[in-house]
Ligand binder design. Structure first.
Ligand code: NAP
Length: 313
């Protein structure tokens, strides 16, 4: 697929998706959507979107598809040929999805990853990232937190961290400090995004006290916590945060209350789990596909129910 220049359309505030809406005709079979990933069986996206279609009466079907990274170009061509209207991409496909699209907003290009694709009638594939804007929208909805003028400490330097750091910067944060186990990756993210994003001189295992004390927000974008046992920040580091510092976690499995959040809550710090971010990235994906936001509260309830059902299974 060709790699043309970025689509200049974008929303500088963050909290909104960037691509143009794709209209869908009323007759015929319902528009088809998929989530592509490897693995994909754990994804809560089918439960959220199917619940959204059922509750709103919007026509659509949404299925999970296991796609190995090397098969992504063929998978996207196949979806387009089958008449799919769009798809989400999850780990480890987001960066390649961004590269393979035929257009993407400047914000998506900055984030370097795409979690939402829309297939056009002429073979065009528009890419958007709703991960970072989804976190900002979730922080606003759940905690009334806005990035303008604030200082954020982002743990991790992978795809989620870069998308979140880009959205925080685009949302007007005064400083975004990226702190990662592999410091060189944090430096690479800071270099790619530029001011106000900078790399921490510490690591999550050995954070710098002033960076902790000054943070208004700490957001975990590492995969630490997915074992249900480990926390990316030690209790002493959490204790160094100023009272009122918001602690958010992108991780939401195996439980929404991750070890990081349990420890932070124990210290009286306000917390937000990963499910609101997940629900809002889905709501903003609807903006890309349908031109209007999806029902985030309904998505959140569906995700919580599916997570609970998965634990019982
Ligand atoms: N809630 C949501 O909507 C949402 C959206 C996107 C992602 N997420 C979640 O965010 C997490 C990260 O996703 P991603 O796509 O960014 O993954 P990724 O690109 O693979 O990055 C993983 C990050 O975690 C760090 N890490 C991994 N194991 C570690 C360990 N034992 N100790 C310290 N650091 C460790 C890595 O550090 P190194 O660089 O040193 O390897 C890297 O910074 C995943 O749990 C994902 O499910 C949630």
């Amino acid at each position: 697929m060709p790699h043309p220049a970025p689509d200049p359309q974008g929303h500088p505030e963050g909290g909104r998706a960037e691509a143009r809406p794709a209209p869908h005709a009323g007759g015929g079979p319902p528009p088809l959507f998929a989530v592509l990933g490897h693995p994909v069986g754990h994804s809560l996206s089918p439960a959220m979107h199917e619940a959204g279609f059922a509750a709103t009466g919007r026509r659509g079907r949404y299925v999970p598809c296991e796609v190995r990274p090397e098969r992504l170009p063929a998978a996207l061509a196949g979806l387009a040929a089958l008449g799919f209207a769009g798809c989400n991409c999850t780990v480890p496909l987001k960066e390649e999805a961004c590269r393979l699209a035929t257009s993407r907003s400047a914000a998506t290009l900055r984030a370097g990853s795409a979690n939402t694709l829309a297939f056009g009638p002429d073979g065009d594939v528009r890419a958007a990232t709703t991960d970072g804007p989804g976190l900002l929208a979730a922080l606003r909805a759940e905690a009334g937190w806005r990035p303008a003028g604030r200082i954020a400490l982002v743990l991790g330097a992978g795809g989620a961290a870069r998308a979140v750091a880009a959205a925080l910067a685009d949302g007007g944060a005064r400083a975004v400090v990226v702190c990662n186990r592999t410091a060189a990756r944090a430096r690479a993210v800071a270099e790619a995004l530029g001011s106000p994003v900078r790399a921490s001189e510490g690591t999550p295992e050995d954070p710098r006290a002033p960076e902790l004390a000054r943070a208004d927000l700490v957001v975990n974008c590492t995969s630490v916590g997915m074992d249900g046992a480990a926390s990316p920040l030690a209790r002493e580091a959490l204790a160094a945060l100023a009272p009122g510092t918001l602690v958010a976690d992108a991780v939401y499995t195996p439980r929404e209350e991750t070890p990081l959040l349990a420890a932070a809550r124990g210290l009286g710090l306000p917390c937000m789990g990963g499910l609101p971010m997940l629900a809002w990235q889905a709501a903003l994906a609807w903006e890309v596909w349908f031109g209007e936001q999806g029902p985030a509260p309904l998505f959140l309830a569906a995700a919580r129910a599916a997570l609970a059902a998965g634990r019982r299974a």
